[in-house]
Design a binder for this molecule. Structure first.
Ligand code: GLC
Length: 804
């Protein structure tokens, strides 16, 4: 260990101004010792642990005086079980730990740690040894890691930062913050996801800095040759995740932190929210408005005014005298009711939740044992310590009445935690932290995640085998195991539409695929054009909800009159038509760790220009979207990755690998479909499950190379899929100048109730003379003027051939 007395540091802590500190650096490693998958290195005082997690994932930990903290992580509840073959070797210059995919080098001269791939290409290298400084106030250390930054290195991830998609040149902070009406470049926001992806020289790797304290990231901002991450406490502990492709990194990050469980199918429909729809009659009027206007909708939300004096788990007797009846009537009309819950519990000895929490000592306390008190919506509040498993179980059980009343989903808000005036809790508040006690400095960033975890686990218990639906504002890595996420209090502006587009792509590559923005903007007033453009983009957000503040004008899809109402209807209907496609993309996320929204860099990371494209993304693997983000825009440029694409609206075939200009009248947003795709479609319904599905339409897009597509089907509302009760269908499309072949194979134990498929073939380069399905010739039911062809056949087909 090397001591540097009174060094003036600025690189790692400039926000605090320049202050004298004693920074300590790792010295020279003199020893390597192996214990199972762990290898320990020491300089005589400090110790470093290198853990081989899988062939692609290596974890590094630092213990300044040789004593590691006990292993515990909210993000990684369990390390993946993988058998890895690795070797430990040593030469004059370094120790080297090698798996079949990655080498980790520990340099003898100075304890620099670096990683390289199997071709010895260095992907990540320390620029200084890992270092720390003692925290004399709280104990523990400030911990730092500084790596090199290459000239053309790009950075992605970190959750929901309100800045350009590529983080190169940025310095950012993780500290969950209630950021009402946040602006471009405002940081930090509501969530903390200490995971980033680097792409350099066409090789991607990820760093997951699993540290819940206030954490900082510098991507070549202070010094263009350095990338640093550091935290105000906790352990220096990070996972190096090897690519070489960005998709591999994201999948492996999911392997560590988990994926979203399958949502109830209805949660993929359109949701309508407002602060607040009340009294009861207003809610009914809104619901009827959807049915009258024939605009599909599945979810309706109750914001804080449904409660009695903002007391969680109560109903306002004045505005909602009979919630059970109202919810039942809404359900009969196809609506699921979602209610908000906040962590602040009103201090009131006549309120059972407060009384019980107080008796059982479930509320957070300051370091000298006083209760943590703060003002939120109900006035004076205390706050459950959600890092205590007993408190989580209690909180979960509090939902029994709401579930009994018919509530189908719970919206978890203000859980950064937000406190009026001070912003959040003081640092000294104590938390039980699942037995690994700590101050609020350690628990702050996980507080919201543990709240929504308590909600989700409680609902799962109360709803028996039904899938709960939850939404949260705050979160930490791994929150996806418990909830969907929205981006918080945005603004009705074109800038926020752009920002929302970037934030959702960023959340998606940071583990949180089930995400959405407040469509229309929370504060301020959108005009009809902005609202419609936002609905268009929102049609392709995995979570689609319009929401607005209480002091704004009416904000339903029909509020702006024509032509907006019809265009909004057309897009929301499209959302519903594509539900089986979205549901299948969700399955690919849940089961295989693919993000639902995929930025262009994920399709062609070798193209440097794609590292800076942030408008276009794909929805799942097959549908490319380019939202219209400017007012009055008549046309816009869209970059299509290499391969053949179909304009969704005109069916025109376009070769990718270039930019194209697409007309964008108000009723059109650029949408392209990858050639060879099979896009499943449901009939338009006013809500999911309104009608029995009698057949599924398969839209097939001709291609002259082989392309695979998937369709996932199951009951849509139970956990039977965990017992393999589902059907995963694979379609393979391949064509030539005289024939198109479609093959189907399936896996799983579910049997859908419909009998047949309705095929629609697009882009066939010849007029079909005959169609042969499983060896039998069948007729074409429709040859359309746009040269598409339709026919029907059994859902169990194995092979269909269309001949010239
Ligand atoms: C917060 C939420 C917002 C909600 C409001 C009232 O600002 O972010 O969505 O409507 O509180 O509950």
């Amino acid at each position: 260990m090397i001591l540097e007395d009174e060094e003036f540091h600025h690189l790692n802590n400039p926000a605090d101004g320049i202050k004298p500190i004693v920074k300590k650096y790792l010295g020279t490693p003199n020893h390597a010792e192996q214990a199972g998958n762990k290898i320990f290195f020491t300089d005589g005082d400090a110790r470093v642990e290198v853990l081989i997690v899988t062939n692609e994932i290596i974890r590094v930990r630092l213990a300044p005086h040789s004593v590691f903290l006990e292993e515990f992580s909210y993000a990684v509840p369990e390390l993946p079980h993988a058998h890895v073959e690795f070797t430990l070797s040593e030469n004059e210059l370094e120790f080297r730990v090698s798996t079949p995919a990655v080498n980790c080098h520990i340099r003898k001269q100075d304890f620099f740690i670096s990683f390289s791939d199997k071709d010895d290409h260095v992907t990540s290298a320390d620029a200084v040894p890992m270092h720390w400084e003692e925290n004399t106030q709280f104990g523990g250390y400030y911990v730092y890691c500084t790596k090199t930054c290459e000239q053309q290195e790009s950075f992605f991830g970190l959750g929901d930062k309100a800045t350009e998609f590529n983080l190169r040149g940025k310095r950012l902070k993780n500290w969950n913050t209630d950021a009402y009406s946040f602006g471009f470049n405002q940081d930090p926001l509501y969530r903390s996801i200490p995971f980033y992806i680097s792409v350099s020289d066409n090789i991607a790797h990820g760093i997951f800095f699993d540290n819940t304290f206030k954490a900082h990231f510098d991507f070549g901002s202070e010094d263009a040759t350095k990338t640093s991450f550091w935290a105000d406490g906790g352990e220096l502990q990070y996972y190096y995740i090897h690519g070489p492709h960005m998709m591999d990194v994201v999948k492996n990050y999911h392997l560590l932190t988990g994926t979203h469980p399958m949502p109830p199918l209805w949660a993929l429909g359109y949701h309508q929210c407002r602060w607040s729809y009340y009294p009861e009659n207003k809610v009914r009027v809104i619901a009827n408005g959807f049915r009258k206007n024939q605009i599909p909708c599945d979810g309706i939300y109750l914001d804080i005014d449904y409660m009695d004096g903002y007391r969680c788990f109560t109903w306002s007797p004045k505005y909602f005298p009979n919630p059970k009846k109202m919810i039942a009537d809404l359900a009969a009309n196809g609506f699921k009711t979602v209610v908000i819950i906040d962590p602040g519990i009103r201090v009131d000895d006549n309120y059972s939740v407060f009384k019980e929490g107080k008796e059982k000592k479930y509320f957070c306390r300051r370091c000298d044992d006083y209760f943590m008190e703060g003002h939120v919506w109900p006035g004076r509040c205390q706050f459950p310590d959600f890092t205590n498993p007993e408190v989580r179980a209690w909180w979960g059980d509090l939902f029994d009445e709401l579930v009994e009343t018919g509530v189908a989903g719970v919206w978890n808000d203000m859980n950064e935690p937000a406190v009026f005036g001070s912003g959040t809790f003081p640092d000294d508040v104590r938390h039980q932290y699942d037995g690994y006690r700590g101050s609020h400095r350690k628990a702050h960033n996980v507080y919201g995640m543990q709240m929504v975890r308590a909600t989700y686990e409680g609902l799962r218990k109360q709803m028996k085998n039904k899938r709960p639906f939850t939404i949260t504002r705050a979160g930490y890595s791994g929150v996806q195991r418990y909830s969907s996420v929205w981006t918080g209090d945005n603004v009705a502006s074109w800038e926020h539409l752009k920002l929302g587009n970037i934030q959702l792509q960023r959340l998606s590559v940071s583990g949180i695929s089930f995400c959405g923005t407040d469509i229309g903007g929370f504060s301020g007033e959108p005009d009809g054009e902005l609202f419609t453009r936002w609905i268009q983009m929102g049609t392709f957000s995995p979570f689609m909800r319009a929401h607005s503040a209480g002091d704004t004008k009416e904000r339903e899809p029909w509020s702006f009159g024509e032509p907006y109402t019809s265009i909004n209807r057309k897009f929301i209907e499209l959302r519903y038509r594509l539900i089986p496609y979205l549901y299948s993309a969700f399955w690919e996320h849940h089961r295989y760790g693919f993000p639902i929204l995929r930025p262009l860099v994920m399709h062609e990371q070798e193209e440097i220009s794609n590292h800076f494209r942030q408008d276009e993304f794909t929805y799942g693997d097959k549908i490319l979207i380019c939202p219209v983000l400017e007012p009055g825009q008549k046309s816009r440029k869209v970059y299509l990755p290499k391969g053949t694409w179909y304009d969704f609206w005109t069916l025109e075939m376009v070769e990718g690998g270039k930019e194209v200009v697409v007309p964008t009248p108000l009723d059109i947003m650029p949408i392209f479909i990858k050639a060879g795709s099979v896009i499943p479609e449901y009939p338009v319904m006013q809500y999911t499950g309104e009608k029995e599905i009698e057949e599924v339409k398969l839209n097939i897009y001709y291609s002259d190379y082989e392309v695979n597509s998937f369709l996932f089907e199951d009951y849509g509302e139970t956990f039977a899929y965990e017992q393999d009760i589902y059907l995963e269908k694979k379609f393979v499309v391949n064509g030539d100048a005289a024939k198109l072949t479609i093959k189907q194979s399936m896996e799983g134990l579910y049997t859908p109730r419909y009998e047949g498929y309705h095929f629609k073939i697009n882009g066939l380069p010849f007029k079909p003379a005959k169609v042969v399905a499983d060896g039998k010739e069948i007729g074409i039911i429709s040859s359309n003027p746009d040269k598409t062809y339709e026919f029907k056949f059994s859902k169990n087909f194995k092979q269909i051939e269309i001949f010239k």
